[in-house]
Design a protein around this ligand. Structure first.
Ligand SMILES: NC(=O)c1ccc[n+]([C@@H]2O[C@H](COP(=O)([O-])OP(=O)(O)OC[C@H]3O[C@@H](n4cnc5c(N)ncnc54)[C@H](O)[C@@H]3O)[C@@H](O)[C@H]2O)c1
Ligand SMILES: O=c1ccn([C@@H]2O[C@H](COP(=O)(O)OP(=O)(O)O[C@H]3O[C@H](CO)[C@@H](O)[C@H](O)[C@H]3O)[C@@H](O)[C@H]2O)c(=O)[nH]1
Length: 476
């Protein structure tokens, strides 16, 4: 079997790499319209950072996994084509700010329709609105050449960045939606056969096309809702003296609730949660279900509130002004083990501090400096990119980032931040020295002993100065 995947991004790359690793009898060609991205996939420095990805790509590249810009040949040769292009939120026109922009999916479908000379199974891997397969089908069948048959399947991807290889190798489930016709069933069987190379058959779930499309949006909505729920309670904890980690543990031990995705934080980021919930909201509004739309809108509103609340806490703690104060930002990616910054909470935190006149010293182990500057100078973030450039310094080492700063803010939960030498950091910072742990990863008691003023999410710490004057915290 020959497989083509259109879209060599965070999903297309790792998915095809694992498929190639597990299916030596299948030839997979991953194509993209970006020649720069394809050149990177063919080089030693892959375009995305994902633990374990390098090894898999090196094993399969030019054996049964090929990266190419020759979209035409790849489509012509393939029996099965994954569409794995981006589906961002629309930025203009109908549904602006909410609906998914399907222009890339549409252009992929049109290319297939134009080029195909034999039967194709077309698989929607991108996350799309319910009934998007209908539009793809419409485009393909309206341009159908005589004797060519198309089957359309929905096969949403559930991998998370930072754990993509493991998620793909050990998927909780693979979901395949298809038409309820004999040809549809056959197409589902063919795609299922690929996954059966490494996924137990009982984990391969088949449904109708629309259930499959909606399940993807539903899964992301449920996951994000858990984060917004615990984050909402983090505000209650800070106001009452409860500790959100203790609450999350107590709640999560109920086997009906479960312990995962209850980590209170500065707010969820990433390219999917917000986009997919907005997409769900838009669908609900169009289906005249305003109560359902409003319900899911709250998940986004709570996340925005959490990002704002954390940023404001920093300003208030620093005597209500950060003007000309140096603040170190540790971590810029939307989560650890990725260099991806799409919708990262760090952007909101930095934007708020910059608007208040702060100078930022930013360190992230995997995000490229140009990416940070691009994100912070984007027109949606600032009207004065030149001022931002003057106020921001990117560092390649955390100790240089914190030197002479008034405060240190943890925005991403990178493991390396846990083991930094905080005594050395304290000595190099201005006093009083503040730490704002937006990820709840640091040892706060120890930091207080060193002399830091510590603030985190979902737990109120007494000001160390007061504790010290009462003789509760020893002087080091
Ligand atoms: N990033 C994730 O973790 C993740 C996980 C599950 C599902 N998804 C979904 O998967 C889809 C892809 O996401 P991503 O993060 O990989 O996006 P991405 O932006 O990293 O990659 C998409 C790629 O598609 C290419 N492309 C767009 N139109 C094209 C065309 N007509 N021909 C050839 N190439 C084209 C772009 O150049 C880009 O390289 C989205 O719908 C997303 O919601 C993403
Ligand atoms: O308890 C938690 C768990 C996550 N997060 C944050 O939530 C965001 C998203 O994290 P995660 O879901 O781990 O990463 P993504 O790569 O965005 O993956 C999500 O989005 C993908 C794209 O649709 C789906 O395929 C995945 O199943 C889904 O987990 C990140 O900012 C995390 O820091 C928290 O704040 N608290």
């Amino acid at each position: 079997m020959k497989v083509c995947c259109i879209g060599a991004g965070y999903v297309g790359g790792p998915t095809c790499a694992v498929m190639a690793l597990k299916c030596p009898d299948i030839v997979i060609t991953l194509v993209d319209k970006s020649s720069e991205r394809i050149a990177q996939w063919n080089s030693d420095k892959l375009p995305i950072y994902e633990p374990g990805l390098d090894e898999v790509v090196k094993k399969c590249r030019n054996v049964n996994l090929f990266f190419s810009t020759d979209i035409e040949t790849a489509i012509k040769d393939a029996d099965l084509i994954f569409i794995s292009v981006n589906t961002p939120t629309k930025i203009s026109g109908n549904g602006k700010g909410r609906a998914a922009d399907l222009k890339y999916v549409e252009s992929a479908a049109r290319m297939i329709a134009e080029i195909a000379q034999s039967n194709k199974i077309v698989v929607e891997k991108s996350t799309v609105p319910v009934r998007a397969a209908e539009s793809i089908m419409h485009i393909l069948r309206a341009n159908q050449k005589p004797g060519i048959h198309y089957d359309i399947l929905s096969n949403p991807e559930f991998l998370a960045e930072g754990t993509a290889i493991n998620d793909l190798l050990n998927a909780d489930r693979v979901l395949i939606g298809g038409e309820e016709t004999p040809e549809g069933h056959q197409a589902v069987e063919k795609l299922s056969w690929i996954y059966e190379h490494w996924i137990p058959k009982k984990h391969i779930l088949t449904t109708n096309t629309w259930s499959s499309e909606l399940s993807k949006l539903a899964a992301n909505a449920f996951l994000a809702q858990r984060i917004s729920s615990i984050n909402s309670l983090s505000a209650v904890c800070e106001a009452t003296g409860a500790d959100v980690s203790e609450v999350a543990r107590a709640v999560g031990l109920d086997s009906r609730i479960g312990s995962k995705f209850l980590q209170a934080s500065v707010g969820f980021g990433g390219s999917c949660f917000q986009k997919d919930i907005l997409n769900l909201i838009y669908i609900c509004e169009n289906l005249n279900l305003p109560e359902v739309a409003a319900y899911w809108q709250q998940v986004i509103d709570m996340n925005d509130y959490q990002k704002r609340r954390f940023s404001q806490k920093i300003i208030e703690s620093l005597f209500n002004t950060v003007s000309d104060k140096r603040i170190a930002i540790l971590g810029f990616a939307f989560k650890k083990n990725t260099g991806d910054t799409r919708e990262t909470a760090a952007i909101t935190v930095c934007q708020t501090l910059l608007e208040e006149g702060a100078k930022l010293d930013i360190y992230d182990p995997k995000v490229e400096p140009e990416q940070i500057i691009d994100d912070l100078t984007h027109p949606s973030v600032t009207e004065s990119p030149e001022n931002v450039k003057k106020a921001v310094q990117i560092h390649s080492d955390p100790y240089s980032a914190v030197r002479s700063t008034h405060a240190l803010v943890v925005c991403t939960e990178w493991d390396e931040f846990v083991d930094l030498d905080y005594t050395r950091i304290y000595q190099s910072m201005m006093k009083p020295a503040y730490i704002f742990d937006g990820r709840k990863i640091l040892d706060h008691e120890r930091l207080q002993q060193i002399g830091f003023h510590v603030q985190t999410i979902g737990k109120k710490y007494q000001r160390t100065g007061l504790l010290r004057s009462w003789g509760i915290v020893p002087q080091l």
